[in-house]
Design a protein around this ligand. Structure first.
Ligand SMILES: [Zn+2]
Length: 97
């Protein structure tokens, strides 16, 4: 059986891919193809979840920036928790804003 060569070179960044899809949204008429529009919406959401999002800080908790699930108490960080367990959003624990 032939080994599958894994392509590790990214052709574009996730942000560039999202922009490329959104640019098409602006110029194309998707009323004829609702299924394609829904599929592209899903693709954008999946790409966005791979881009680390800052934690949302409240007075006592740190929460997922997307779904607001509590990730930790305010004083803690959990760098091993790279993704939200509820929605799959990649988490950025860094303090810089
Ligand atoms: Zn989440």
């Amino acid at each position: 059986m032939a080994k599958v060569k894994v392509e590790s070179v990214e052709r574009m960044t996730k942000e560039e891919a999202i922009n490329a899809i959104n640019n098409r949204f602006e110029i194309m008429d998707y009323r004829e193809d609702k299924q394609l529009e829904d599929a592209l919406d899903m693709a954008i959401e999946a790409l966005e979840k791979q881009i680390p999002m800052k934690v949302r800080i409240t007075t006592s908790t740190k929460r997922c920036g997307r779904c607001k699930r509590q990730l930790s108490a305010i004083g803690n960080i959990h760098p091993e928790r790279n993704y939200c367990q509820r929605c799959g959003q990649a988490i950025d624990w860094s303090k810089k804003q």
